[in-house]
Design a protein around this ligand. Sequence first.
Ligand code: ADE
Ligand code: ZN
Length: 328
Amino acid sequence: MNVAELPKIELHLHHEGAAPPAFIRQLAHEKRVDLSGIFKSNGSYDFRDFSHFLNVYEAACQVLNSPEDFRRLTLAILEESAENGVIYSETFLSPDFCGGGDLSAWKDYLSAIQDAAEEAERKFEITLRGVVTCVRHFGPEQSKRSAYCAAETAGDWITGFGMGGNESVGAQADYKWAFDCAREAGLQLTTHAGEFGGPESVRDAIRHLGVERIGHGVRAIEDPDLVHELIDRGITLEVCPGSNVVLGLYPEFDSHPIAKLRDAGVKVTVSTDDPPFFHTTMRREYEMLHQAFGWDAEDFAALNNTALEAAFCDDATREKVKKRLEKQ
Ligand code: ADE
Ligand code: ZN
C-alpha cells in the first residue's frame, strides 16, 4: 500500500499561503505589479527565515485584491488539494487580506470563495470550511475587526476563528477580546502557538484564549507537564511537519516531535500550512511521515479519525466526510 494514495483531511491551510507562485506571477502580470523580488530564478518563493517569509507572503497578497482573484485562487487550491487526495479541508481566511477588515467587502470576498468551494465540491469531491484568522502582528485593534467579520458571517461555512502571524509580537492574552467575541458567535477556536514561541505560548493560548485546537503546538514537547495538560484537555494539534523543517524549527523530519507527541497520547493531525512556500503537499507529508517513522495505513486512518473529530464542521458534514473516507 502506497500511503501517499490514502484519503486525507487537512485542518491547517492558509488560503493565500496556498497560492502557487505561478498563480501570483500571473496576477502580478495582469495587474502590472512588479513582484520579481519575491521569487527565485527557478520561480519558487524566495525567503530567508520566518519573518522574511511573512514579508514575502504579504507582498504576494498585494495582487490578491478582488473577490474574483479569490474565486480563482480557491478553485486552484481545491483542485490541487483534491489531486493530493484531500477530501476535507479547513482554510484560514483573513479579512485583512480580503477587503482590509471592512465587513461589507469581506462579505463579497467570502461569497466568491464559497461559490468556488461549491463548484470544487461538485467537480472534485472535496469539502471546504472557513476559519477566519486575525494576524497577530497587525495588532489587537485590527484583530477586533477580524473577529467582528467572523461573528457576522459565522454559520455552517465559517465555523472557526483563529490567529496566525508573528508569534513573537505581543502576547496571546492581548487578543482575548477577539476570541471572546468569536466564541460568543458560536465559533470554534484555534491559534498559532508553540511554533516560534515556546511551551509558555501554548499555555497562554489555553488559559487566555480558551482554544480547542492549537496551530503547530509542537514545542509543547519541551515541557512534560504541558504535554499532560494537552492530553487531559483533549486539545488537538494542527501539526505541519514540512513547514517546521523548512522554517528551521527542526533539521529534518526524523527529528520532528510529531511521533513523540502522538505516542505520548496527544491528539495530532497533519497539514501543510503554506504548501508552495514549503515545497510540500499532503501527499508529500504522508510520504515523509511514512519514511521517518514507519507510519502505515492504520496509523494514517487513526490520524484521519482524529482530524475528523476535531474538524470545525457540523455533524452532517462530518458524517458525509466519514462516508467518503470509508469509500476510499
Ligand atoms: N501565516 C502563514 N503561515 C504561517 C505560519 N506558519 N505561522 C504563522 N503565521 C502564518
Ligand atoms: Zn499556519
